[in-house]
Design a protein around this ligand. Sequence first.
Ligand SMILES: [Zn+2]
Length: 390
Amino acid sequence: MLVAANQEGELIHSTRVADRKGDEFSCPICRKRVLYKAGRKRIPHFAHQREENCPGMEEAESFIHLEGKNLLHEWASQWAERAVLERYYDSICQRADIEANAEGRVFAIEYQCSPLSAKRLTERTLGYRKIEVEPIWIFHSNFLKKKGNLLWSLTSSLQSAIRISPSGFPYLLFFDCHTPNTLIMLTNLIPITKELFFGQAESVTFTGKSLPQILDQQARTILFIPEWMRKRESLIRNEWRYQGITNPLLRSFYSLGIQSNLPRMIGIPLRSSVLFGIPSHHWQGYVILDLLDCQVKEGEIRADGIRKRFMDRLRKREILIRDLPSDSISLFTPVEEFMRFLEKAEYLIKNGENSYIIKEGFPIKTIRQEELNHLLVDFFKEENDALWRN
Ligand SMILES: [Zn+2]
């Protein structure tokens, strides 16, 4: 840790200990004595003696963590009205690496360098939420696992730290203390399966910028539509090959006369997909089946009919929800986003106030790949504009 109390009870930053002869330091949380350690190469710090059971210490701290925390604190001191290193919250028994107050918001910045279970991460997130503190998880860049062009594998802990920007793009933050003043933002994170996400990594120089400025950035153009479509195609091909009609979703489409593929409008990249922990073509496939069912049984498609069917699928766990700390979007948002796309593609036709019918030949009559790509580009642009107007 970087902060300890001296004999007078004042909190001292380890890099500002001037004369340590005879000084004794104690842990501000458990009050036990801590040792001051300073070498030539590594950042000066304090350490508990042996394995003390201190409520503020989740795990042994690495030097990378200590240095990164120090750099992030220096940065926070530039823009925050108040930046406190190693802030301990008694009421929830949690210690944040840095607490920063700015623009009426309180942030708990956590620089995560060692593995932490998704369960523990979510518990800590909820702890901060309870006391109205916004947790900001910043992971060490070693957690970035590239799986292809713009394709990433995210552990369940990373997934549970995904935030949604006010402009609607899901993102994660990374930091490597050896590349100072630079955060890596993985933006437009859209899952194509449970663990695989498409996303764009951007370096953000944070000198002269505040955390709120970085968090509230404008929406970005989605750059990976062709890569996404190729990956989607191979996933669906493999499901037909290895599961075939033993897969309930494929069986339903088989009975509609669709074999060995799925119509191209099923499994498109939508940003709100991040809410669901299943492949995009699965939940979108179910929505298509529900639209058809609604039209056949009720003669028209209304939002409440679709919502009821969708809720049934959630209850039956055909559609699984991902644990996200961000509660800014409702569970029905992805379905609405998908239906807006289908309307744009003229598969859904407005039939009156809040009522739709399906275009004839849907969903078998499919669309050319290039046409779909153009439609998606236009659609994302419109969605971004709409978000910014609100
Ligand atoms: Zn302690």
